[in-house]
Every structure is written in structure tokens, then in C-alpha cells.
Design a binder for this molecule. Structure first.
Ligand code: GRG
Length: 289
């Protein structure tokens, strides 16, 4: 089952954070608020909060970093939807940012959220300075030129071209997996995880990050736009390289299932409260949105 109570806690905290942006000028502010308001699953913040819980800490201690990661994720969706990239009119069940505010504003809104995410950690995250630097480094690396942007590059550059299985893994691990991994690793670092726990959680995170994108690919084929809140069937329309295209639907499901088993196994023997992380890992196999 999805931890809806944590989504509510996160959204309440986000409202408090957004109140800091009252002085942002004109429709840039409207666009930032529009894109950040309730709507997404908040799964990256949830991963971060559940990691705190697995280490027997209060999830509230990681909320600023969880929020910073959601800022980066939202920026990536705004830019991904632009006509020059995926050209999508629908996001989270509403017109995407550039449809509502224009392309110029969508570019600026993404830029603003990206920079403000680091501001948020610097200003609000309560942790020793060396941990804050490590968290910032983790998130910058996960979202940068050898992380999310690298994965997105492969996605864009190889659309309509044949992609090897190795490159498909590389694309998914970078485009989606690394920010998910950062959500878990940052939660662990802030909560004082021991080296061995951090390593185990990182192995868990790599596998579930991959599975999250595999199920995203599967849902694009098997679900519809109304349920997803974004345009279904676009991957094949744009001749994207996806798991169902390269492996077929059934084998994609099997790869996802095997990775979830391995993810859960990597949590054992680490002196963690593993149940919440196991539950969300299993949820990834049955999620409908
Ligand atoms: C420089 C153009 C440019 C891009 C920057 C845009 C970008 C880098 C990266 C995009 C990466 C991207 C869009 C990955 C998709 C990952 C994914 C599965 C998104 C959907 O996430 P959900 O399902 O969405 O968590 P919600 O709406 O629930 O938050």
C-alpha cells in the first residue's frame, strides 16, 4: 500500500516552503506554484522519508532535502515536456507548464526550481556542514552531466535509432535511477547511517530506481492518459527505446520482479527497520500510476 499519510505530511511541509517564494516576480511565481502544487506521487520524497524511518529516525528530519529533490524532479518534468524535448501537453492531469504559461516561462520555471533546490538544503536542512556538502554533491551528481541529464541525452539522441541493451540500462539508470538513489542515500546520510547500511541501501536504491522506470515504460503501453495524468502511448509514437520495446512486455515484468527480489535481499542483515522499504519496493510492481 502507498504511504498516503507521508504524502500529506510532505505536501503540508511543501506549502510552508513555498511561502518563502512570495516575492518571486509575476507569472514566474504563478508557474512555480502551479508546478509544485499537489498532484505528483511524491515518490522521491517518500523514498527519502522511508529511509529515515528505516533507520528509526523521525521522517521530519529529512523533509528539506526531500523537498529539494522534488524541486529537481519537477524541473526535469517541466523541461522534458517542452516541444524541443518530449513535446507533451499533459502533466499530472493538467496542461503542462509550457501549455499553461508559455515556453519561455517553462524554461525559467525549471531553471528556478533547479537552483532553489540547493538553496533549500543550504537554508533549511539541519545537519552538520560536512553532511550538507555531501548531500548537495550527491544531488548535483545525480542530476548533472553524468546523471539525469546524461540519461536524458541518450533518450533524446537515440529516439528513432536502435539502442543496445547495455545502453538501455545506462539510460534508465541515469535518467531516472540516480535521482531515486540520491533520495535514499541523502536520507541515510542525514540520519547517520553507518557505512555498511549506506552500501546496502545504495544497492537497494539502484535496483528500485531501475524498476521504477521499467514500470513507467510498461504503464505507457498498458494504461491510459486519464489514469496516468500524462499522455499514454507516447513512447511508441516517438519511437523511444523502452524496456517493452527491447525486451517485450512479459520479459520486462520478469526483469522488474527479479530486481525487486534482489533489492529486498540487499536490505537484510543491516539492522534496519526494513518493512516500509520492502512495502514500497513491492508496490512498484503493482503500481497503476
Ligand atoms: C536540459 C532538456 C534538459 C533536460 C534536463 C529533463 C531532464 C534533464 C531530464 C528528464 C528526466 C526525466 C523526465 C525522467 C523521467 C522520469 C520519470 C519516470 C518521470 C515520472 O516520474 P513520476 O512518475 O511523476 O514520479 P510524478 O508526476 O508522480 O511526480
Amino acid at each position: 500500500m502507498y504511504p498516503d499519510h507521508l504524502v500529506k505530511e510532505f505536501n503540508d511541509y511543501l506549502k510552508e516552503v513555498m511561502a518563502d517564494y512570495g516575492a518571486v516576480p509575476g507569472i514566474l511565481k504563478d508557474a512555480m506554484f502551479y508546478c509544485m502544487q499537489d498532484g505528483g506521487k511524491r515518490i522521491r520524497p517518500i523514498f527519502c522519508m522511508l529511509t529515515a524511518i528505516s533507520l528509526n529516525k523521525n521522517f521530519k528530519v529529512v523533509l528539506p532535502t526531500a523537498c529539494a529533490i522534488e524541486f529537481i524532479h519537477t524541473y526535469s518534468l517541466i523541461h522534458d515536456d517542452l516541444p524541443a524535448i518530449d513535446d507533451d501537453d499533459l502533466r499530472r492531469g493538467r496542461p503542462s507548464c509550457h501549455k499553461a504559461f508559455g515556453e519561455d516561462m517553462a524554461i525559467l520555471t525549471g531553471d528556478a526550481l533547479f537552483a532553489e533546490s540547493f538553496n533549500l538544503i543550504a537554508q533549511r536542512q539541519n545537519a552538520p556542514a560536512e553532511i550538507k556538502v555531501a548531500v548537495i554533491k550527491e544531488i548535483a551528481s545525480a542530476s548533472g552531466a553524468m546523471g539525469m541529464v546524461a540519461g536524458q541525452f541518450v533518450d533524446v539522441y537515440y529516439s528513432g535509432k536502435k539502442l543496445s541493451k547495455d545502453k538501455l540500462y545506462y539510460m534508465h539508470q541515469n535518467k531516472t535511477g540516480k535521482l531515486i538513489k540520491a533520495s535514499i542515500r541523502c536520507g541515510a546520510m542525514i540520519c547517520g547511517a553507518k557505512e555498511r547500511q549506506l552500501e546496502g541501501l545504495s544497492r537497494f536504491a539502484e535496483k528500485i530506481g531501475l524498476v521504477f522506470q521499467i514500470t513507467d515504460d510498461i504503464l505507457d503501453v498498458t494504461s491510459d492518459s486519464k489514469k496516468l495524468g500524462k499522455t499514454a502511448g507516447k513512447d511508441s509514437l516517438q519511437d523511444k527505446n523502452t524496456f517493452p520495446k527491447v525486451w517485450g512486455l512479459e520479459q520486462s515484468r520478469q526483469i522488474a520482479g527479479k530486481n525487486i527480489e534482489e533489492a529486498i535481499a540487499s536490505l537484510q542483515g543491516l539492522d534496519l527497520n526494513t518493512r516500509p522499504l520492502q512495502e514500497i519496493a513491492n508496490f512498484l510492481l503493482v503500481r497503476k500510476v
